[in-house]
Design a protein around this ligand. Structure first.
Ligand code: 13P
Length: 254
């Protein structure tokens, strides 16, 4: 079965409202004719509302980069899934390695965030991936297994039917070192087999698994040619509208 590709841009801590609006104005016409794949932009929280208005009527979806698991309360500095739903967000990136490693997010916190996002009918993009040390110690698959099992514990196939997984090897993020298509495919196929064990083969066949880590216009075609790679989560190369449009349009403008 062919899954619909999703090309997602994670802007991380970049861009003001004015920069976001200028980007969207330049980006929209570049991807206007693209109908056979999904496109998502995840600006910082401060630009989400402006981005939502600017994207209205386009086929580009809005994503957030994180959220808190509670609905509301005394959690200074946090944003809930309920607030993101209120703005009109569709996707929420959860468990990004920068959240895990810089801000100390645990699998248990991420599991609660996935559940919160689902309560508001938003789509979680659950990020998983091993560090260089873990890869070199032969622990890649055990790390992926733990992150998937703990991050999805207690949830059913029905709850998770729109789930998106992003495999982002930490050693490939922002380093210019992309995983080879073979390395990425090996990890994606492993995750899909595990999802089949956890939730059944039909479920696993439908779930989109994105690759993230130094994706560029030059390497997207090779990655997307692999059977278990269903899209990309792009950091640095999503910050310029012309460069990200070339990634979104892979296979069309070559
Ligand atoms: P880069 O594309 O900058 O390596 O970042 C990947 C990433 O972390 C996307 O979430």
């Amino acid at each position: 079965m062919k899954r619909r590709p999703l090309i997602a841009g994670n802007w991380k801590m970049h861009k003001t409202i004015a920069e976001t609006l200028a980007y969207i104005e330049a980006f929209k016409p570049l991807v206007a004719g693209v109908e056979d794949r999904d496109i998502m932009l995840a600006p910082p929280f401060t630009a989400l509302d402006a981005a939502q208005r600017a994207l209205e009527g386009s086929r580009i979806s809005l994503g957030a980069q994180n959220c808190h698991w509670e609905e509301e309360g005394a959690f200074t500095g946090e944003i809930s899934a309920r607030m993101l739903a209120d703005i009109g967000v569709t996707y929420v990136i959860l468990g990004h390695s920068e959240r895990r490693h810089i801000f100390g997010e645990t699998d248990e916190m991420i599991r609660q965030k996935v559940a919160a996002v689902l309560r508001h009918e938003l789509v979680p993009i659950l990020c998983i991936g091993e560090t260089l040390e873990e890869r070199e110690a032969g622990k890649t698959f055990s790390v992926l297994e733990r992150q998937l099992k703990e991050g999805l514990k207690g949830l059913s196939a029905g709850d998770l039917k729109d789930l998106v997984i992003a495999y982002e090897p930490v050693w490939a993020i922002g380093t210019g070192k992309t995983a080879s298509p073979e390395q990425a495919e090996e990890a994606h196929a492993f995750c899909r087999r595990l999802l089949a064990e956890m939730f059944g083969a039909d479920f696993a066949e439908k779930i989109r698994i994105l690759y993230g880590g130094s994706v560029k216009p030059e390497n997207i075609v090779g990655l997307m040619a692999r059977p278990d790679i269903d899209g990309a989560l792009v950091g640095g190369a999503s910050l310029k509208p012309d460069v990200f449009a070339r990634i979104v349009c892979f296979g069309r403008m070559e």
